[in-house]
Design a protein around this ligand. Structure first.
Ligand code: G4P
Length: 530
């Protein structure tokens, strides 16, 4: 076998993932513990402190003050067991936006955190859909077993039903709440004994070897009997873990624990290293791009406005897809051939923004720019490449937008054009009428846009409510049928930033009716960046 190149070696030790969860399931806590176990932070509580300050602020002015912090914290890099782990934050709560979805296009695996009391909740389901569309491998962590939660068997059942794939438990809880005794680690055939407390890191856990060890039965009596019974059932019913199926997004390994007590965290970190895939090859329109090619390529998956709105300074988040990044190297934007200097590119080392000297596939680099870079842009050393697969998601919330001072109409259009390109909001032009429509997946997006129109473009915008609740991009092989469809539904059609026609409805029944009348027309909830 030939020796691995330096790039191949770096690729093999990269793991890039995001946590998907519903608010309050424990994402912040688990993030912090993962960083702690990987030795990336020394003071537990810093991630949480950040979240607390974000929570306390409800208006965008205050959130903006935090933006510098949130840029730095939206990607965290840590080293663990000779692996470089990139954890991408998926903003939740009131920050929920299209960015949340797009982040999932830049990862190779997802960690799903579930609150054991609540099971799989709505926001997790929305994020799961994106993972499923891309066959992203998912590792599941069921949290809060130090509380009274649901029966583990019914949790497994629920996961299988909602994910539509087998769930393969690697650990099994013994008791719960006040009676939580720990988890039985099935592959390792030993019981890990639970101890409450946040102080322990690794290597301090008590374990009892062997399923038949009488000590387990003696110490955990009926709880162990119950767990043993469940384990037997699960072993009979669940398929064996199949790594290929996991990597294809067709099976999920499941771990139980209590993040706040640092319990079960190590197993999750080990699972990421042992099971989650390293960065793989990617498809561009022009050709297939191998991850270990010597030449750099990367794709912009998120754009975040920076601290100083007066300078329109923005950071483009680029996922490296192949080759190697060296500071100062010249990169070209495939869309327009423009060259980009990379002297001030930043990396994200556990919450601090640092200038990066080199980076590899799977890593995320941040490129400060003044509007040169757009969402979906591909960067290379010169070759024209355009990666596919950066999706736009059908908005779920709609508002009309008007300018208070008609003399500033032009500025409104410019501002909306740029904010639309940045992906801060989706802008629709109705087929009939003149009122511009804004579409979003999170309500905060409207606030952000209104505020930024004012501070960056000097436009006081007035937002108004609409009856629309869902949107679908429409296509049809026969352009004449599409035209007929559009004419017949003129008052429900709007065009997005690239003039793609979109059908708007206030109820899913309307969508159904339209679909029945025009079976040739296809309705899409996703539109890929062209
Ligand atoms: P999120 O980022 O997914 O929204 O969740 P976060 O980690 O902030 O956790 C939400 C709440 O759940 C927090 O409590 C946190 O302390 C708690 N929590 C997280 N993991 C566990 C666990 O393993 N067991 C138990 N019992 N609780 C857990 P909070 O009261 O909202 O905040 P705080 O007052 O503790 O800061």
């Amino acid at each position: 076998m030939s020796e691995a190149s330096p790039i191949e070696r770096e690729v093999a030790r990269r793991r890039t993932f995001a946590i998907i969860s519903h608010p309050d399931a424990g994402k912040t806590t688990l993030t912090e513990k993962l960083l702690l176990f990987a030795g990336a932070i020394h003071i537990a509580g810093s991630v949480k402190a950040r979240k607390a300050s974000r929570h306390a602020t409800s208006d965008w002015m205050e959130i903006e003050k935090q933006r510098g912090i949130s840029v730095a914290s939206s990607v965290m890099q840590m080293e663990y067991r000779d692996c470089v782990i990139n954890l991408l934050d998926t903003p939740g709560h009131q920050d929920f936006s299209e960015d949340t979805y797009r982040v999932l296009t830049a990862v190779d695996a997802a960690l799903m955190v579930i609150d054991g009391a609540n099971g799989v909740e709505s926001q997790t389901l929305r994020l799961l859909e994106v993972c499923r569309a891309r066959n992203t491998p998912i590792i599941t962590f069921i949290n809060k077993f130090d509380r009274e939660v649901q029966e583990p068997l019914s949790l497994i059942d629920e996961i299988e039903r909602t994910l539509g794939m087998p769930a393969v438990p690697f650990t099994w809880p013994v008791g719960m709440g006040k009676g939580f005794g720990g988890v039985f680690d099935m592959p390792k055939n030993r019981m890990r004994v639970f101890r409450a407390g946040e102080e322990r890191v690794s290597g301090e856990e008590e374990s009892i070897d062997g399923r038949d060890n009488p000590e387990i039965a003696a110490r955990f009596d009926t709880r162990w009997e119950h767990a043993q019974h469940d384990i037997e059932l699960v072993e009979m019913a669940a398929p064996a873990f199949d790594r290929e199926a996991f990597l294809a997004g067709k099976q999920t390994p499941v771990f139980f624990g209590s993040a706040i007590n640092n319990f079960g965290v190590q197993e999750v970190l080990d699972a990421l290293v042992d099971m989650a895939p390293p960065p793989g090859d990617r498809t561009a329109i022009q050709r297939y791009v191998h991850v270990d090619e010597p030449k750099f390529s990367g794709v912009v998956f998120k754009i975040q406005a920076n601290m100083d709105p007066a300078h329109r300074d923005r950071v483009a988040f680029v996922r490296i897809c192949s080759g190697r990044f060296d500071r100062g190297m010249k990169l070209k934007i495939s869309r327009n051939g423009k060259e980009l200097r990379t002297n001030n590119v930043v990396s994200f080392l556990s919450q601090s923004r640092e200038i990066v000297d080199e980076a590899f596939p799977g890593d995320i680099i941040g490129i400060p720019n003044h509007g040169l870079l757009q969402l979906g842009d591909t960067l290379t050393e010169g070759e024209v490449l355009q990666f596919t697969g950066l999706p736009f998601f059908a908005p779920e919330l709609f508002q009309t937008v008007e300018v208070k001072d008609p003399l500033r109409t032009k500025q409104l259009r410019t501002g909306l054009g740029q904010l639309g390109e940045e992906g801060a909001i989706q802008v629709f032009r109705p087929h009939a009428g003149t009122m511009i429509l804004l579409g979003a997946v999170g309500t905060l997006q409207f606030e952000v846009v209104q505020h930024r129109l004012k501070t960056e473009y000097g436009v006081e915008a007035r937002l108004g409510s609409t009856n629309y609740r869902l949107a679908r991009w429409v296509t049809c092989e026969d352009p004449n049928i599409l035209k007929r469809f559009i004419d017949a539904n003129a008052h429900r059609i709007a065009y997005d930033v690239v003039d793609a026609p979109t059908f708007l409805a206030s109820h899913s029944a309307e969508l159904q009716v339209a679909g029945e009348r025009y079976p040739e027309v296809k309705f899409h909830a996703l539109r890929e960046h062209a």
